[in-house]
Design a protein around this ligand. Structure first.
Ligand code: FA5
Length: 391
């Protein structure tokens, strides 16, 4: 076999290496090129002339477009594999030496070795430099400047419903009420029977109440806690129970299938409707100001007798009529009444000895009114841009 074809291939391999160098050097910003030259001078590295020539070439890239030191480091690693790795042209040429004419073998082998050495040495020295530079850039980036002001963690705040719930709790605690925590999943006994809701009452239907697959109800009102509280504490008892309730209501600006209520219960000897009215009126005065007026309207709830719904004079216009109270001067807030004797009995309290009042109100609609929201669904969309306005 003649050496001519092999010589051509060797030339091509040299050309490929020079081309790689060309492309690589063009990526280098001026300060990096200068840094490299200084580094070679300091460490006494001497490279082939054609390497230096390329470093004198024009800068094609603006400094700000230059790749990062890490990217250059990676590019050199790739070149190392490509130009000197197992599948490289140099290795292929080396393995073909044996097939050559013995007279030409030694000379060709010398030239291939020279190329291998040149590539290896150049790449090795480039690699050393970029490793060192990338490493010190990393250290510089990660250095902690203790004189810099700290990065403040973004402070969150309570959800508007939680803020309102806590205000309500504070008022009732100051009136001597305990806070009860109820269950969200209930048996029919607590959700309906004990609350004097008859078997055929529409609230029991699955169109109105959510049921778990094994027949438990998601409580549709916090009134269920009245029963738990009386069973647990007996009489007398004074408690409020804030919590989540669930109804199969289609979402709209004033309805959500999940919302918050606060239940209130006071059972003792001689409790009358006057205590109910006094308590609710005092709560609303503390909530909305001393000028707040409360009114009660006859109503019906299976678990209270008599029952009443209560409204308070609009906190915005003081009863004159405005957009918030829809010009009526009043805002509806919740239901109330004297605890039905059947309810007391179901919870193990003797209605001959004790009487009590109860009330329940929805917090979501109250929050919407207070914060001027025209849609209570906003409260559950969890959009931070909305929520962060309530700080
Ligand atoms: C009740 O739930 C009774 N348990 C209240 C009660 C307690 C009466 C104790 C007597 C004694 P009502 O269904 O009206 O009542 O609901 C009370 C409040 O919940 C309403 O005034 C309203 O503010 C709120 N509410 C009702 N449905 C929804 C809904 N889908 N989305 C948001 N709020 C609602």
């Amino acid at each position: 076999m003649t050496v001519t074809g092999h010589r051509d291939e060797l030339e091509l391999a040299i050309e490929a290496f020079k081309q790689w160098l060309d492309t690589f050097v063009r990526l280098l910003p001026k300060p990096v090129k200068e840094g490299l030259r200084r580094y070679w001078a300091e460490t006494g590295v001497v490279l082939d002339d054609f390497v230096y020539e390329r470093f004198d070439a024009i800068d094609l890239l603006a400094d700000e477009d230059a790749p990062t030191l890490e990217a250059l480091e990676r590019a050199i690693e790739q070149a190392q594999v490509q130009l000197t790795g197992k599948k490289s042209e140099v290795v292929r040429l080396k393995s073909s030496i044996g097939k050559l004419d013995p007279s030409e073998r030694a000379g060709f082998a010398k030239d291939v070795q020279k190329l291998e050495k040149t590539i290896g040495y150049t790449i090795d020295n480039l690699q050393k430099y970029f490793r060192k530079e990338a490493e010190s850039a990393r250290t510089e980036r990660e250095r902690i400047d203790v004189t810099l002001p700290g990065r403040r963690p973004r402070r969150g705040h309570l959800h508007p419903i939680t803020m309102l719930r806590e205000r309500i709790e504070d008022i009732f605690v100051s009136l001597g009420y305990a806070i009860e925590d109820g269950r969200e999943i209930e048996t029919d006994f607590y959700n309906f029977d004990a609350l004097n809701i008859p078997q055929n009452h529409p609230a029991r239907a699955s169109q109105d109440t959510f049921y778990t697959s094994d027949g438990f109800a998601l409580r549709s009102q916090t009134s269920t806690v009245q029963i738990h509280a009386m069973q647990r504490r007996g009489a007398p008892v004074r408690m409020i129970a804030p919590g989540r309730v669930f109804r199969r209501d289609t979402p709209d600006p004033t309805h959500n299938p999940m919302f918050f209520q606060v239940e209130g219960l006071c059972v003792d000897r001689g409790i009358s409707m006057a205590h109910l009215k006094g308590t609710v009126a005092e709560f609303l005065r503390r909530m909305f100001g001393a000028q707040t007026v409360t009114r009660f309207r006859p109503s019906y709830f299976p678990f209270t007798e008599p029952s009443a719904e209560f409204d308070f004079s609009c906190f915005k216009c003081n009863g004159k009529g405005c957009r918030i109270c829809k010009n009526s001067g009043w805002i509806e807030l919740g239901g109330s009444g004297m605890v039905h004797p059947n309810v007391l009995r179901a919870a193990g309290v003797d209605p001959e000895v004790y009487s009590g009042f109860a009330f329940g109100l929805g917090i979501d609609r109250m929050a919407a009114l207070m914060y001027g929201l025209d849609d209570i669904r906003l409260l559950f969309e969890n959009d931070v841009r909305f929520l962060e306005q309530f700080d």
